[in-house]
Design a protein around this ligand. Structure first.
Ligand SMILES: N[C@@H](CCC(=O)N[C@@H](CS)C(=O)NCC(=O)O)C(=O)O
Length: 219
């Protein structure tokens, strides 16, 4: 049994989608951010920085969404190539490309003041947005061959991860520098359009109040 500490539409969403897609038994326990739960000793015992998500597992508490995703995928096969599969190498390189480049660059777009203070925020967003377009173009090209680890037809660990990141980029004001339109990346768009119709996505969208077309036209 897993217990996911979540807040709606935060990084816990990525993990929750995978728990649902794998039909795993889990408890979703909402974090009371307003009451300062992220700073509580109990939560800090799960995550030393008080970030979301944290997940309690039979092997102890975990944090970092990408680590949790890989852990789940290795324990419950089906959404990514197995460790001895021929295409594990390709999957791993693009998975870490996503967590260490796309996810972190997204954080720079969302929280530019954390990079270099308020005065530099506009410049940080401009640079991070340009970098994001380069990163998405690269992984869009990798997806054009419809690899099974980022498939147009089947759910995948990496597909869900990218779909959530693109959801957040698509939530920006269309006039804002950091806005990214999923349809500008046609191969990724196919992945997102398929995933948002999955029963897992519909269930999580309903549970967290995310609306419909959660990846291609996020609200
Ligand atoms: N790299 C971390 C990022 C975690 C993170 O920054 N989560 C955000 C929510 S999306 C958070 O906890 N924000 C609360 C805060 O910064 O106080 C992961 O993927 O788990």
């Amino acid at each position: 049994m897993y217990t996911l500490r979540f807040s709606p539409d935060s990084a816990s969403l990525i993990v929750r989608l995978i728990l649902e897609e794998l039909a795993l038994p889990y408890e979703a326990r909402q974090i009371d951010r307003a009451a300062g739960e992220l700073s509580s000793p109990e939560y800090r015992a799960l995550h030393p920085l008080g970030k979301i998500p944290a997940m309690e597992t039979p092997n102890g508490p975990m944090f970092e969404s990408a680590a949790i995703l890989l852990y789940l995928s290795d324990r419950h096969p089906g959404l990514a190539p197995a460790p001895d599969a021929q295409d594990r190498a390709a999957f791993l390189k693009w998975f870490f490309f996503t967590s260490t480049n796309i996810h972190t660059t997204l954080m720079d777009i969302y929280y530019p003041e954390r990079v270099a203070g308020d005065a530099a925020a506009g410049s940080v967003v401009t640079h991070a947005s340009a970098k994001m377009k380069t990163l998405l173009a690269a992984i869009n090209q990798a997806a054009e061959d419809n690899p099974n680890w980022l498939s147009f037809e089947q759910p995948s660990l990496l597909g869900y991860y990218i779909a959530v990141l693109m959801r957040w980029l698509g939530q920006n004001d269309p006039e804002a520098t950091g806005y990214i339109k999923a349809s500008d990346y046609p191969a990724l768009h196919k992945v997102l359009a398929m995933l948002e119709m999955r029963p897992a996505s519909l269930a999580v969208a309903a549970a967290e109040g995310l609306g419909k077309t959660i990846f291609t036209m996020p609200s």
